[in-house]
Design a protein around this ligand. Structure first.
Ligand code: ZN
Length: 339
C-alpha cells in the first residue's frame, strides 16, 4: 500500500518534472519572443497610452487652439486689421511726413541760401556795371504815321516816309508801336538799373517824330549805341524769329562804311544773346542802306525786329509781358557780357 502510494507519488512527481522540463525546453525562445511581444505590446501599450495621454493633452491643446483660432481669427482679424490699418495708416502718415519734412527742408534751405547768395554777390557788381554807357532806345513808329517825306540818307537825295504807324498783329490786332514801346521800356529799366544812361526817343504813342529826328536825338545825346525796337511782318504766316539790321556797304560816307563791319559784329553777338534769352529762332543780321534812322545815326545803330506779328505764336508772345521781358533780358545780358 505504502509502496503503491510512493510509486504513485513518484510517478506524479516524474510526470510533473517531465512536463516542466518539456515546457522549459519548448518555450524558452518563445518566451523571449513573447517577452519581446510583451515588450512591444507594452511599448505599443505605452505608446498607445502615451498617445492617449498625448491625445487628450493635444486635443485640448489643439482644441483650445482651434477654439482659439476662431477666437483668434476673430480677435486677430480685427486686431491685425487695425494693426495693419494702423500700420498702413502710419505708413502713409510717415510718407507725407517724410515728404513734408524733406520738401520744405530742401526748398527752404535751397531757396534762402541761393537767393541771398546771388543777390549780394550780384547787386554790388551789377549796380553800376553799365555806368558810363549811353544808350539810346527808339521805340519804332507812333500812333499816327507822318507820311511826309524826308531824305533817306545824308549822302542821298532819295526820299522816304518820315514815320509810319507800323504793322499790326494779325492775330491779336495789337499795333506794333504799342508793343515796341512796351519792350523798349523793359529794356530801359534793365539797363538803367545797371547804371547805364538811357535816352528814350519817345515815351508815349502821341508823338510825331520822324526817323531823321530820332537819329539826331541819339547823335545829340552822344549815344554809344542806338537800339531801334520794331516788330516784323511777312506775307507768310510761318515766318518767325528775330532779325537785326545794321548799316550797309552801300553809298555811305567813308566814316559810315567803316562802321558797318563793327556794327555787324556787335549785332551778331546781340542776336545771339536775345535768342538765347527768348528761345526765338535766330534769323539774320542784315546790312542795309534802306533805313533812314540808321543812315542818319552817327553811332552804332541796330534795328531789332523782335519777331513776326504775322505769325500767330510770335504775335501772342510779343504781346506777353513775360516774353517782352525775355527780350529785354537778352539785351541786358549782352551788355553785361561786355564787362
Ligand atoms: Zn517797325
Amino acid at each position: 500500500m505504502f509502496n503503491k502510494k510512493i510509486l504513485y507519488l513518484f510517478l506524479i512527481v516524474s510526470i510533473f518534472i517531465f512536463i516542466v522540463a518539456c515546457d522549459n525546453f519548448n518555450n524558452k525562445p518563445a518566451d523571449e519572443t513573447s517577452t519581446n511581444a510583451l515588450v512591444i505590446i507594452t511599448t505599443s501599450k505605452i505608446e498607445e497610452t502615451s498617445l492617449v495621454t498625448i491625445q487628450p493633452t493635444m486635443t485640448p491643446t489643439v482644441k483650445p487652439t482651434s477654439t482659439l483660432s476662431p477666437t483668434n481669427s476673430n480677435t486677430i482679424t480685427p486686431t491685425t486689421k487695425p494693426t495693419v490699418t494702423s500700420t498702413s495708416t502710419s505708413t502713409p502718415t510717415s510718407i507725407p511726413t517724410a515728404t513734408h519734412t524733406v520738401m520744405p527742408t530742401v526748398t527752404q534751405t535751397a531757396m534762402p541760401t541761393a537767393t541771398p547768395t546771388l543777390k549780394p554777390t550780384k547787386t554790388p557788381v551789377d549796380q553800376d556795371i553799365l555806368s558810363g554807357l549811353k544808350i539810346c532806345i527808339d521805340p519804332g513808329h507812333q500812333i499816327k504815321g507822318n507820311y511826309n517825306k524826308e531824305q533817306c540818307a545824308p549822302w542821298s537825295d532819295a526820299l522816304k516816309t518820315k514815320c509810319t504807324s507800323g504793322t499790326t498783329g494779325n492775330f491779336t490786332g495789337v499795333d506794333e508801336y504799342i508793343i515796341n514801346l512796351q519792350i523798349a521800356e523793359k529794356i530801359r529799366n534793365k539797363l538803367f538799373d545797371l547804371g547805364a544812361d538811357v535816352l528814350m526817343t519817345r515815351q508815349s504813342h502821341e508823338v510825331d517824330i520822324s526817323n531823321i529826328e530820332r537819329a539826331k536825338m541819339a547823335n545829340e545825346y552822344g549815344a554809344d549805341i542806338t537800339l531801334r525796337i520794331h516788330c516784323n511782318s511777312a506775307a507768310s504766316s510761318t515766318a518767325e524769329g528775330i532779325d537785326l539790321f545794321v548799316r550797309g556797304k552801300g553809298t555811305g560816307t567813308q566814316e559810315y562804311l567803316a562802321q558797318s563791319d563793327k556794327d555787324y559784329a556787335i549785332a551778331a553777338d546781340l542776336l545771339e544773346y536775345i535768342c538765347n534769352a527768348t528761345g526765338a529762332r535766330k534769323r539774320y543780321v542784315h546790312k542795309t542802306d534802306d533805313y533812314t534812322g540808321i543812315n542818319w545815326c552817327e553811332n552804332t545803330c541796330i534795328i531789332i525786329e523782335c519777331g513776326f506779328l504775322s505769325n500767330e505764336k510770335e504775335d501772342k508772345l510779343l504781346n506777353s509781358a513775360e516774353y517782352q521781358d525775355k527780350i529785354a533780358e537778352g539785351i541786358k545780358n549782352y551788355f553785361v557780357s561786355l564787362h
